[in-house]
Design a protein around this ligand. Structure first.
Ligand SMILES: [Zn+2]
Length: 263
């Protein structure tokens, strides 16, 4: 049963190198980013199947999860939706983050952020600054599922290599700043993405799942006090942090849904 889940994002795709496709979903740049999303997702599916994967699940993980172009996903993959990914986690031996970006606070990573672009300055799990790959890995870790491969800019790849020993990475662009990146040609990017999928798949049994200690403390530094007030209004589960701009929350030990890990 070597099944794999691919979680996709937009910011770390090869050709997404400016703000426009992310900031404006009515733009032509967004439309072309979605086309690139299908290209890279289908390439990853092919590579994983070539490497020996039996079944591929795919989760459209950017924003509201409506970025896939209808009928464009490789028919050999199964798209999954929603927060309750437990059934998927029980069926897979690893997951891939495709088109990923660096964590909040990584000032030079292209489009670096954790969940929220402006409001969250730093997002921590049990005191450690984390990105979106860590959040998925924390959830997957509950089911002993490791992160086997990541594609994105040089910053996110370095970030995951530090956390997941043995993870395969594909650097498809170099970040120039948080707003701009220099991509590989797609011909070259294709090779690094394909190779990372095969390498990660073959090494999946040697990569340790992320085992966080529960109950998990999630702590967020907000960029402004206004953002903090807005987020924390009507929340009785939030415990005030030590810093003026920090609020923290202790999550339930029994995390059921992926989104239970979000503030
Ligand atoms: Zn995204």
């Amino acid at each position: 049963m070597p099944n794999i889940l691919i979680v996709t994002d937009l910011e770390g795709l090869t050709t997404v190198t400016q703000k426009e496709p992310i900031k404006d979903e009515t733009s032509l740049a967004y439309k072309s980013a979605c086309e690139q999303l299908m290209r890279e997702t289908n390439l990853a599916i092919s590579a994983l199947i070539d490497a020996g994967a039996t079944k591929i699940y795919v989760l459209d993980g950017h924003a509201s999860g409506k970025n896939f172009i209808k009928n464009s996903l490789d028919k050999r993959a199964v798209q999954v939706w929603g927060d309750d990914l437990a059934w998927v986690m029980k069926e897979i031996e690893g997951f891939v983050m495709l088109g990923a970006h660096a964590l909040a606070g990584s000032s030079d990573g292209f489009f670096s952020h954790t969940l929220m672009w402006e409001e969250f300055k730093v997002y921590r799990h049990n005191g450690r600054a984390v990105g979106e790959t860590d959040i998925m890995a924390t959830y997957a870790g509950l089911f002993d599922v490791p992160c086997i491969a990541v594609t994105g800019d040089n910053h996110v790849c370095l970030e995951v290599e530090r956390v997941f020993n043995g993870v395969a990475t594909a650097v498809v662009k170099r970040a120039i700043s948080r707003d701009e990146a220099q991509p590989l040609s797609y011909t070259d990017a294709k090779k690094v993405i394909y190779n990372a999928m095969v390498k990660g798949f073959k090494n999946r049994k040697n990569i340790k799942p992320l085992k966080e200690t529960f109950p998990l403390t999630v702590e967020v530094d907000f960029s402004t006090e206004t953002a903090l007030e807005r987020w924390c209004k009507n929340r009785t589960d939030i415990i005030k942090g030590e810093n003026l701009n920090t609020k923290s929350i202790k999550l339930r030990e029994n995390v059921k849904f992926y989104r239970d890990l979000f503030l």
